[in-house]
Design a binder for this molecule. Sequence first.
Ligand code: CFM
Ligand code: HCA
Length: 531
Amino acid sequence: MSVMEKVLDQYNSRVYKNRKEHMVTVNQNEKNEIAANVRTIPGIITQRGCCYAGCKGVVLGPIKDAFIITHGPIGCAYYSWGTRRHKGKKEEGVDNFLQYCFSTDMQEPDIVFGGEKKLKKAIEEAMDLFQPKTIMICSTCPVGLIGDDIHAVAKWAEQEYGIKCIAFSCEGYKGVSQSAGHHIANNQLVRYVIGEGDREIKNKFAINILGEYNIGGDGWETERLLKRIGYEVVSTFTGDSSMEDLKNSHKANLSLVQCHRSINYIAELIESKYGVPWMKVNFIGVEGTIESLRNIAKYFNDPELTARTEAVIADEVDLIEEDMAYYKSKLKGKTAAIYVGGSRAHHYQTLLDDLGVHTVLAGYEFGHREEYEGREVIPFVKPDADSKNIESITVSPDLEKYHVYLSEEDVSRLKEEKLLDYYGGMVKDMSDGTYMVDDLNHFETEEFLKLLKPDIFFSGIKDKYVAQKGGTLSRQLHSYDYSGPYSCFRGAVNFARDITMGIYTPAWSYVKTPWKTAPILEGTLGGGKAC
Ligand code: CFM
Ligand code: HCA
């Protein structure tokens, strides 16, 4: 029986059938079709976050001068505050609210009698104390259930105070975990923010970095590298960004997409409305970074820029070569399992490959089929649960602001070459016999770790300690524990150092795993039928 069959075999037949569709043993001669983007089975202990987490925590949270009020009970605001480690610097003339956590702190009477009054009061207080230029309101579950009209309150605030106030109906239950929240945030940013700026852009090598949230300083390192080559970074969505940056993003000549899952809607809508194409990049891993930089230079098609790209690559590689060779000598032949949100399980395989570490299992919490199998499957994907209650907005070209850098023929050629508007997904970069899994739950995580025994398990806070108590080293690939940046060349060394330290710490061999010391009881997890 294969490892996957051993895990699945513990389920009853109904759960077996369901979960089997979400697990693939990779075989490059086959289609490797996976079921993804479906609601979590009630009762299963999932690792996924909620829709509010994806909207407020992920996409909007890093915008430093947006004053975000979580409308709901206090826990939601508190748990989306700071732990993701999206860093932001104070900038002259730009507010920075990242260190604060604002919430209406709804109580039972607000649920019974309605919470709009309390929300207005919170906005009044915000204006008195902080005078923000932008307020964002994010709803949590009870708000949707009792029907508070946060959009009406946002309109009231705009009229009352002459500020921008945007409401996001991102109630936690609204769709497939974070993925639904990304969509809601993307829609409102396209509607009310992008395209409003009139900053002058002088450099024709003007780019946006979409889907880069500056976790552990990743965005800063990527920006440093791109600026060194000669690019102007117009905006980053949304790591260390200001509203003014986002408003001007339509002025760039190319959008780079780091995390496809969280931002593909914005990338496509910016292209339809303003003519700016997008390119999937990966700044995680030495080889990934080199390939991305070369692809960007290919798009701009300028001999000086291309030469500068090669010179910077040579110099940056030279600086890290010795360290990388050392860490590779320590890590070569080790194995890893990765289970994170909707993009890093792919990106980090590039960096692990650089270090000679073989990824035996990789999965997403809420990736869609295109993040697994590539965008070519989009026409065959059935409408998902989210499409019922989350709008898909369409836009038409803005005749005044629409601009092109390359000719239509050149853009079509690059699209055909899959350099633009394309993402190939994770599976093409995985080797035969490895496992690709979707929406892994706690039970499956433990079982896979027992059977595959990877040297390191990359995941998040909810499953890290379970793994470590079982004797498997675990590093958080969401927040990087307390470390980073891990992006580009210098980041690769930081990552290699951190995991070498982890793997060579003898602690894990001292941990006695419960399943080695206690007999497994019939009918419990790891024993009889789990569900
Ligand atoms: Fe994109 Fe992200 Fe991720 Fe994501 Fe996330 Fe994140 Fe993640 Mo946590 S936007 S999909 S919703 S790369 S918060 S910065 S680490 S699950 S893999
Ligand atoms: C979220 C944010 C999260 C959680 C990470 C974790 C992050 O899902 O709301 O489970 O450890 O990156 O901080 O993905």
